[in-house]
Write a protein that binds this ligand. Structure first.
Ligand code: F6R
Length: 251
């Protein structure tokens, strides 16, 4: 595992965007796994800036998002599809037909999960998966107790996640209680996993994910099993790491 600790959230976002842009330059038809939520927004701003100012092209890029709420239509402003279009896709030259978000609107969610897995496999697998982390240690919507071998399927969100995500909705009652999400096993299949975390609110989850035991109670801890996992943190998110000086020396 590489642990990259930056001074603040802006520097962490830049570092994360550079990991992504290095891959896009090296492999213009790379397959990216993308995340939503508050954390990646600054990273997406950096990618947009690189596209506008440095000619970084996403023309041949294929992308798969981690998750989507069940029962929220793609054109709903609370959907993760809408988020991705607004925060990234409409500002870069990616072909929107090459961007995928799980389909949370179908009657057969199990089939939709299997189909998503098949699409990822058909694309040749994910080269780089961008991840955030929940305060309960989740990656994608793999809440505590999710199997570390899980594949794309429906998960029920915890009360903590519902409360955390209520900031994007009019009230907590409006947050969908289930999501179609890549599994931990799906994420671990990516050739490189990059987890970005910022802010003191993530410090407990980051400590548990990096220095705690591998456990389904903290699904991000499964990244300890991955041959190429990179954590990009700001100083606040790294605040509870015991071996910080070693990580700084080893980077
Ligand atoms: C989003 C996702 C979630 C978020 C996590 C952190 O696609 O899969 O795991 O990354 O809930 O969310 P923020 O960044 O809003 O704190």
């Amino acid at each position: 595992m590489r642990i990259l600790i930056e001074s603040d959230a802006a520097a962490a976002a830049k570092c994360c965007a550079e990991l992504i842009s290095d891959l896009v330059r090296e492999k213009p038809d790379a397959v990216l796994g993308l995340a939503t939520g508050g954390t990646p927004v600054q990273c997406y701003h950096q990618l947009i800036r690189m596209h506008q100012e440095e000619g970084l092209s996403f023309r041949q890029i294929r992308s798969f998002n981690l998750d989507e709420y069940v029962g929220i239509a793609p054109d709903d402003e609370n959907s993760y599809r809408h988020f991705m279009n607004q925060q990234l896709f409409q500002h870069i030259d990616i072909d929107i037909a090459n961007t995928s978000v799980p389909n949370g609107m179908t009657d057969d969610l199990q089939a939709a999960g299997l189909e998503y897995e098949a699409q990822i496999a058909d694309a040749g697998g994910i080269d780089l998966q961008l991840l955030g982390i929940g305060r309960d240690g989740h990656i994608a919507f793999n809440e505590p107790g999710s199997s570390l071998a899980s594949r794309t399927r429906v998960k029920t969100l915890t009360d903590e996640t519902l409360r955390d995500n209520a900031r994007f909705f009019a009230s907590v009652q409006e947050v969908p209680t289930t999501a179609l999400t890549m599994g931990v096993g799906t994420i671990l299949d990516a050739r490189h996993c990059v987890l970005l975390a910022t802010g003191a609110g993530k410090a407990d989850a980051i400590r548990d994910a990096i220095e705690g035991p591998i456990t389904s109670q903290v699904t991000a801890s499964a990244l300890q099993l991955h041959p190429k996992a990179t954590f990009v943190l700001d100083a606040d998110a790294a605040g509870l790491l015991k071996r910080r000086s070693y990580y700084d020396r080893a980077r």
